[in-house]
Design a protein around this ligand. Structure first.
Ligand code: ZN
Length: 424
């Protein structure tokens, strides 16, 4: 009962109470939350105590390796990464704190520590921002088609009018089709390529709201999904590191700056491309300060018509590893963003229904085209890519065409553009 009231309280706060008159009001509110966070959390953590009064820019930038290395200094239990790992695999609870693992596949899964209050706040906030009009006053059946279950999601299955069903992608996708049709979700949450697959499968379901999560929403897939169930296709931007963004009624993705502080680390200002550094001033069990996400976000050039002061994004373009890099004679490497790779390939080969582009090293690129693509379009792709790379001032790569492999393991994130080597 207490849990349900707590979720409701956060639902109301996120849906109706946290309204900001403008950007200045939002930033003033964030400053107050940061002061509380410094006093209540950072001042008690050995790693950050000496910095408790320092400006944020003096804090070290954190990433996966940093968190793993300093794990014990970042959480309230003082538990190390090695101690937490076996507990996370079981989803164990220690002193009221759940130790869990993010969804995804081995290698990339992160460990998170949350207590009951944080889970309830997460559930209330995400429901407030995700549910269609009517919210908790109506019954909803929410289908989560994701790679791994987590205690975060099961929290909300106790929320009375909301029924969750979880369809585990690690078991495959076709085995869930009948179950999904029978569940008949009002809200459907899945990775973009899985939504497109379900849209094409014609399950006879009619979700009111469809959310793409966990991977880049490809424009062609968005069109297939919108055609099946009506648009816009909504997006949730969330990961081990927290609930970071969600689309508004206009289908624009906004950062959840009413939950986290986001610093923009610019990759290319002309393109409005940045890496977000996330500081989550709401979390108490495990501190996240200046955490650099691997994602490349593109800021919207014009404000969203919804009028929200929360930063509006044009799109999530992919991960840093999805930016290709070609050799340049004098000064190192020229970067080519995944969206440009996509547009260059698909504009030159309109017969291709999908594609993959993998770069093993700066001088080579392997391209695979799906569908019946005539030879002249394949030549056009080669010429267009070479032209695009030359325009960046880089040397033409050797381009090889390989057989297209459709995704078979739906639990893996689909990445059409991939760089197979590190950047200096
Ligand atoms: Zn908006």
């Amino acid at each position: 009962m207490f849990a349900r009231l707590s979720i409701l309280r956060h639902f109301i706060a996120a849906r109706w109470l946290r309204r900001f008159a403008g950007r200045a009001a939002l930033e003033a509110w964030q400053r107050r939350r940061m002061q509380d966070f410094r006093r209540e959390v950072l001042a008690h953590l050995p790693l950050y105590r000496p910095l408790a009064l320092a400006p944020l820019k003096d804090f070290p930038i954190a990433d996966k390796a940093f968190v793993r290395h300093h794990f014990a200094g970042l959480n309230r239990l003082g538990i190390s990464h090695d101690e937490a790992l076996p507990l996370a695999r079981q989803g164990a609870e220690v002193a009221g704190v759940t130790i869990g693992m993010s969804s995804g596949t081995s290698g990339n899964r992160g460990i998170f520590l949350v207590d009951a209050a944080e889970r309830q706040r997460w559930a209330g906030t995400i429901l407030a921002k995700a549910l269609p009009p009517g919210g908790l006053a109506r019954r909803h059946r929410i289908a989560l088609v994701l790679a791994a279950n987590s205690r975060l999601y099961t929290t909300t299955s106790q929320s009375g009018r909301i029924v969750f069903d979880f369809f585990d992608l690690t078991q495959g996708l076709d085995c869930h089709l009948a179950g999904l049709a029978a569940f008949d979700p009002t809200v459907l949450v899945a990775p973009a390529h899985v939504l497109a697959y379900l849209a094409r499968a014609g399950l006879g379901i009619a979700p009111e709201r469809v959310f793409s999560v966990a991977e880049v929403l490809d424009p062609a897939e968005a069109a297939v999904i919108a055609q099946a169930w009506g648009g816009p296709v909504h997006q949730i931007y969330q990961c081990t590191e927290g609930f970071l963004g969600i689309t508004c009624a206009h289908g624009t993705l906004h950062l959840n700056e009413d939950c986290v502080l986001v610093e923009k680390e610019w990759i290319d200002r002309g393109r409005r491309a940045f890496n977000p550094l996330i500081t989550d001033f709401s979390r108490r069990t495990q501190a996240m300060v200046r955490y650099r996400m691997n994602d490349v976000l593109i800021e919207r050039a014009v404000p969203c018509p919804c009028g929200s002061p929360l930063t509006a994004l044009e799109r999530i373009e992919g991960r840093r590893d999805d930016i290709l890099a070609f050799s340049k004679a004098e000064d190192g490497l020229a970067l080519m963003f995944p969206d440009d790779v996509r547009a260059t390939i698909l504009d030159a080969a309109p017969a291709a229904s999908d594609f993959q582009a993998v770069q093993p090293d700066p001088g080579h690129l392997a391209v695979a085209l799906a569908g019946d693509v005539p030879p002249d379009q394949i030549s056009a792709v080669r010429a267009a890519l070479c032209h695009a790379v030359r325009r960046l001032g880089a040397d033409e790569p050797e381009i090889a065409f390989t057989a297209y492999q459709p995704p078979t393991d739906h639990a893996l994130k689909l990445r059409r553009v991939r760089r197979g080597f590190g950047l200096p």
